[in-house]
Structure formats: structure tokens, C-alpha cells
Design a protein around this ligand. Structure first.
Ligand code: IMP
Length: 421
């Protein structure tokens, strides 16, 4: 019996999970998404082409791999159809390689309106949601009146759809929010026809059968640990469990089946949307990271907030997920700096703490350490990287007590170096 490896983000999302999954995918038989939905934007670059996936797992470009959209995911059929259309030039046989869980929840057009209306009603307290309907869809799931992919083939689907839509319309009415949804509704039903033409099943059986047959499964996370609904900087979080535990619930895998947990982090930090960010830079250093790192949302195009690497947050994420190996992404973005900073602790009212706080406030200040920078030149392997970059890597490994086994030095598959652990 084989085991499942999990790959997930350790910061506030956008760590580069798409590239990492695409890089690892050839080692796996199955790649499975376990939470989130079209709020994600996983960017993959190869052969001079760039592709952004939102709901479809990042193993999709490898025809021999089965890609599963698990029960923990929320699916927008309209976005799904667009993603399928955008994959057309790659001539992939998606009907054989993509499998959808019958238990994944559906995002209705009115879920997106609710997302917008609820954000507006929050005023200055808004979450900065991607407005893809994520929160309201998970709310309906937990409230036990959501609709699932498997429901779309049932005879009473339309009447159940109308009942849920009417509930949404009455909430929207109470919020004083008016926006037409009829065009999106037509698109929604057209897109459902496409969804029904794919393999839909109880994917928890498929995945567990694969494990029993000795096949290798990679669970692909979305967003990041610090956006987890339980452990992130609540309420500025997404509405799902983005952690290893989420992989068990979102795919139907028993905890004892988990083996390696690959924790993905950027050599610095970014955050999109509202919420606390202790190492955020408001100066030209932050501007430089945004520019060189092209830190603009893959889903919404919003500029990302940028700051230095946050070790207490990274330690917290490693602890929650049981990370066994770290992948450091975008180390190239720091190239050319005289000094690079690392936050080792937070300072609050004169006291240092290493704990990710219950609520961050302005009272928290990062306690930064400056390390010497490096300039990246041509490289073949880990040994040929600049010595100061290797020192930076080893410093992080010591602080987080977890090995870094992969270093990404650019968006292309080829711009990747492996470090023996
Ligand atoms: P929602 O999940 O769209 O409701 O957004 C909730 C919060 O999570 C907002 O701050 C978003 O910007 C953030 N968020 C959601 N998905 C992603 C992602 O894939 N990458 C980075 N941030 C995300």
C-alpha cells in the first residue's frame, strides 16, 4: 500500500504551488485538489508558455496522470468551462484524465452576488475576498443546503437550484443589493452540460483504490496555511482548511495514509487582500519585490502586499502541517540586494514572542535580522549557487528545523535546483 504526499502553501497563498506540483507531477499517478476553488490561481510555465489554473489540478499537463477535483473543492461551472476551453490548444484528452467528485459543492451565480454584497456590507472591515463566491458556498455546505456536482444529474436538481437561489435572492434583498443574475444563470446551466460530460464519481473510493494498488497520489493545496479558516489570521482568511488536515477531509484519505508533506514558501512574503501582515514593507524595498517578483494576483490582478520572510509564521505553518520538506520559491527575486532581512520574532509592548498571535495589531513589530545578499549568475546545481544564497537557505533550515529540498529560481520548470537531503 502506498501513501499520499501533500503539497501546500505555508504563507498567505501565491507561493508558487502550481509550478511545484507541475515539477513533481511526473513522479505521481494521481494529483488531487482538496479545497478552495476559483479563488486559486496556480501558474505553470513551460516551453515558453504560461498557463493559469484555477480549479483544475496542476498535474493536468501530464496526460498519463489522473487529476481529481476532490469533495472539499467548491466548483464554479462557468469558470470550469473557461478553463477547459483554455486547455484546448494542448490537445489533452481531459475526459480520461480529469475526474470530479460527486460531493464537490457548486458555486451558483447568486453565491457570487452574495460574496459581493457581504463584502460591501463590511465596509472598512472587508476581507478583500476574490469575490468568486467561495465564502457563501462553503456557508451553504456547512448549513447543509448546498448543491453538489452529483446533484446535477438528479431529476429534482432544477427545483432544488431554484429553492436555493430564492433563499439567496431574499438575503440579497435584505442587504439592499441588486444586480441581475439571469445572464450568468444561463451560462451556469450551459456549463453544467459540460461538467456532466466528465467523469463524476465518489472519488474517495478512486483515491483509496489507487493507494491500495500502490499508486502514488499527490494532494495539491490551494491558498496558504495563514489563510486557513481555523488557524489563519481570522477573519481575514478563506473559508476552507488549507492545511494537511484539509487534505484528509477534502479527499477522504485517512491521516495514517499521509507520508511526505511538502511545504511551499517564498523567500519573502506576500499577501493579497486585507488582514495583518507583520513584515509588510511600505517603502521602495516592498515596491522592488512587487516589481521583480511580478506580485500581482493570478486570479484578480490585484497588486500583492510584499514583505520580508516571517520565521515565526513559517514555524507555525510547519507545525500545523507536519511539513517534512520545504520548497523555497522565488529566491531569484532577492538577487542583487545588498542585504536581505528575515523576521525572527515579533515584539509587542517590549516583549518578544515567537508565537503567531491570536490577533495581530499595530503593537506587533517584526524583529528583523539582516543577512548579506547575493547576485544570481548562471548555475547548474545547488553547489554552483552563490555562497551567500546557500547561507541564506541553510539559515532558514536551521531556524525552521526542516530541510529545504527544492529551490526555485524563476517561473520556468527548468529554473529549479534540487538540494539533497
Ligand atoms: P476568498 O477565499 O476569495 O473569500 O478570499 C479570502 C481571502 O483569501 C482574501 O484575502 C483573498 O485575497 C485571499 N485569497 C483567496 N484565495 C487566494 C489565493 O489563491 N491566493 C492568495 N490569496 C487568496
Amino acid at each position: 500500500m502506498s501513501k499520499v504526499d501533500v503539497l501546500l502553501g505555508l504563507q498567505w497563498g501565491d507561493e508558487g504551488k502550481g509550478k511545484a506540483v507541475d515539477f513533481l507531477a511526473p513522479k505521481y499517478d494521481v494529483v488531487a485538489r482538496f479545497q478552495g476553488g476559483p479563488n486559486a490561481g496556480h501558474t505553470l510555465e513551460f516551453d515558453g508558455k504560461k498557463h493559469v489554473l484555477h480549479q483544475i489540478p496542476s498535474g493536468i499537463f501530464h496526460q498519463e496522470i489522473k487529476n481529481v477535483i476532490g469533495n472539499g473543492v467548491v466548483i464554479d461551472p462557468i469558470v470550469f468551462k473557461k478553463e477547459i476551453d483554455e486547455l484546448a490548444p494542448y490537445n489533452l484528452d481531459l475526459k480520461s484524465s480529469l475526474i470530479l467528485s460527486n460531493k464537490a459543492q457548486l458555486i451558483l451565480p447568486t453565491h457570487k452576488l452574495l460574496d459581493k454584497a457581504l463584502e460591501i456590507s463590511k465596509g472598512n472591515e472587508k476581507i478583500g475576498s476574490t469575490l468568486r463566491g467561495i465564502g457563501p458556498t462553503y456557508q451553504d455546505k456547512i448549513g447543509r443546503h448546498g448543491l453538489r456536482i452529483g446533484d446535477t444529474i438528479e431529476a429534482d436538481f432544477e427545483s432544488r437550484y431554484n429553492r436555493l437561489k430564492d433563499q439567496h435572492l431574499s438575503i440579497l434583498d435584505r442587504l439592499g443589493f441588486e444586480e441581475e443574475h439571469e445572464a450568468a444563470e444561463r451560462e451556469f446551466f450551459d456549463s453544467l452540460d459540460l461538467i456532466r460530460s466528465f467523469q463524476i464519481s465518489s472519488t474517495e473510493y478512486f483515491i483509496n483504490d489507487c493507494i491500495s494498488a500502490g499508486k502514488k497520489v499527490l494532494a495539491e493545496g490551494a491558498q496558504g496555511t495563514l489563510l486557513d479558516v481555523d488557524f489563519g489570521s481570522y477573519p481575514f482568511v478563506t473559508s476552507s482548511n488549507t492545511t494537511t488536515a484539509g487534505a484528509c477531509a477534502g479527499l477522504g484519505i485517512a491521516p495514517k495514509r499521509i507520508d511526505q508533506v511538502f511545504g511551499i514558501f517564498k523567500a519573502y512574503c506576500t499577501r493579497v487582500g486585507s488582514g495583518p501582515f507583520p513584515t509588510e514593507l511600505f517603502n521602495e524595498e516592498g515596491e522592488r519585490l512587487r516589481k521583480l517578483g511580478n506580485e500581482f494576483g493570478a486570479t484578480t490582478g490585484r497588486p500583492r502586499r510584499c514583505g520580508w520572510l516571517d520565521i515565526p509564521a513559517l514555524n507555525y505553518s510547519c507545525m500545523l502541517n507536519g511539513v517534512t520538506q520545504l520548497f523555497m520559491m522565488k529566491a531569484d527575486v532577492l538577487s542583487g540586494l545588498d542585504t536581505v532581512k528575515i523576521c525572527n520574532a515579533y515584539s509587542s509592548n517590549g516583549k518578544h514572542t515567537l508565537e503567531f498571535p491570536f490577533i495581530y495589531s499595530e503593537n506587533y513589530e517584526p524583529v528583523n535580522e539582516a543577512v548579506e545578499g547575493w547576485t544570481l549568475n548562471a548555475y547548474d546545481d545547488y553547489a554552483s549557487l552563490p555562497s551567500k544564497l546557500k547561507e541564506f537557505i541553510e539559515t532558514i533550515e536551521n531556524k525552521v528545523e526542516t530541510p529545504i529540498s527544492l529551490i526555485s529560481l524563476g517561473p520556468d520548470r527548468k529554473e529549479t535546483v534540487l538540494k539533497k537531503i
